[in-house]
Ligand binder design. Structure first.
Ligand SMILES: Cc1cc2nc3c(=O)[nH]c(=O)nc-3n(C[C@H](O)[C@H](O)[C@H](O)COP(=O)(O)O)c2cc1C
Ligand code: SF4
Ligand code: SF4
Length: 273
C-alpha cells in the first residue's frame, strides 16, 4: 500500500530535479496520497539521515558522472535507510550515455533496504555544454515520464509483489568495470579531475555561486577562491547571473568540444519495469 510519494534528488543544474518532480507529481495524483521532497544537492541536507518505511514510494534521482553515480555521493547514499520502501531509481545523463549508472544506483538502493519496482534513464542538458542535450528534458521527455508514471501505477495496483533484495534487469552492469575515461584522438586519456572554473572581471560579488555549490567549496568572502573539491557540476557556471564563471583549461575545453562533436545525435530515455 503506497501512502506517501517521496522525491529525493541531487541536481546541481536542475535536470534531475525536473524529471523526479514531474514523476512524483503524477504518481501522487494517481495514488491520491501525500508527496514530499528531499533535495540533497547542498551539503547541509546530506548531514541528515533519511529513514523510510514500507508505505513509502521513493523516486530517487542522481545525474550520471563518468558513466556512474557521482562518487562523492556514495557515502551519503549508504546512510539512507530504505526500511522496505518501494524505490524508482532515476539517472539523468547528458546525451552521451548512462553506462553503468542506473545499475549502480539500483544496487545501492537495494543494499539500503529499498525494493526496486521500476527504473529510468533520462536525458538532461550536459553540465559542460549548452548545445549537448540542449533544453532537455523537453516536452517529448515529459510525455515519456507520463507513460512511465502510468506503467508504475499499473504495476503497483496489479498483483505484483516486490521481493526484498531483487534487482530488475536494467541497462548497464553492476559491479561496474570502471568509470568512463575521456580520450583524445590518439587514444590517450584526458584528465580533467584537477580542473576548476575561473572567475572573470564581470563578477559583481553577489555570492550566489557560493550558495549553490554542492561541495560547499566556494569561499563566500572571496568567490575566486576554492576551499574544497570541485566536481565540475556546472552549477556555479550555469547559475551565475553575470556569466562570470568559465573554464580555460585546455583538457576540459578539448573534452567538451569532443563530446559536442561526437554525441550531438538525440539520445532517448530508457525505462525498465
Ligand atoms: C563530472 C561530470 C561527468 C559527466 N559524465 C557524463 C557521462 O558519462 N555521460 C553523460 O551522458 N553525461 C555526463 N555528464 C552530464 C550530466 O549527466 C547531465 O548533464 C545531467 O543532466 C546533469 O544533471 P543535473 O542537471 O541534475 O545536475 C557529466 C557531468 C559531469 C558534471
Ligand atoms: S554568481 Fe557570478 S556574479 Fe555572483 S559572486 Fe559568483 S561569480 Fe560573481
Ligand atoms: S565550484 Fe565546482 S563543484 Fe562548486 S558549483 Fe562550481 S563547478 Fe560545481
Amino acid at each position: 500500500m503506497v501512502n506517501r510519494i517521496v522525491g529525493m534528488y541531487f541536481s546541481p543544474t536542475g535536470t534531475t530535479e525536473k524529471i523526479v518532480q514531474e514523476l512524483v507529481e503524477l504518481l501522487a495524483a494517481d495514488f491520491k496520497c501525500e508527496k514530499t521532497y528531499v533535495d540533497f544537492t547542498l551539503p547541509d541536507v546530506r548531514k541528515e539521515v533519511q529513514i523510510f518505511n514500507e508505505d513509502d514510494l521513493v523516486v530517487f534521482g542522481t545525474p550520471v558522472y563518468a558513466g556512474r553515480v557521482p562518487n562523492v555521493l556514495l557515502k551519503y547514499i549508504h546512510t539512507v535507510q530504505g526500511g522496505g520502501a518501494l524505490a524508482v531509481p532515476i539517472v539523468l545523463f547528458g546525451n552521451r550515455n548512462y553506462d553503468d549508472a542506473l545499475a549502480e544506483l539500483q544496487a545501492l538502493l537495494v543494499e539500503d533496504g529499498f525494493m526496486s519496482v521500476a527504473a529510468g534513464a533520462f536525458v538532461g542538458e550536459h553540465s559542460f555544454s549548452e548545445i549537448l542535450g540542449a533544453g532537455r528534458p523537453d516536452n517529448a521527455d515529459m510525455e515519456v515520464v507520463e507513460m512511465f508514471a502510468e506503467n508504475i501505477y499499473n504495476k503497483l495496483t496489479s498483483d505484483f509483489k516486490p521481493v526484498a533484495g531483487q534487482l530488475l534487469e536494467v541497462g548497464g552492469q553492476y559491479p561496474s568495470k570502471g568509470y568512463y575515461q575521456p580520450r583524445d584522438r590518439k587514444g590517450n586519456p584526458v584528465d580533467i579531475r584537477k580542473v576548476t572554473p575561473k572567475t572573470s572581471d564581470s563578477c559583481n560579488n553577489c555570492g550566489l555561486c557560493a550558495k549553490v555549490c554542492p561541495m560547499g567549496s566556494i569561499n563566500p568572502e572571496n568567490v575566486r577562491e576554492l576551499t574544497g573539491i570541485c566536481i565540475k557540476c556546472g552549477s556555479c557556471e550555469k547559475k551565475c547571473p553575470m556569466g562570470a564563471k568559465y573554464y580555460d583549461a585546455e583538457s576540459y575545453l578539448y573534452h567538451k568540444h569532443e563530446l559536442e562533436e561526437e554525441y550531438i545525435r538525440r539520445a532517448e530515455p530508457s525505462l525498465f519495469f
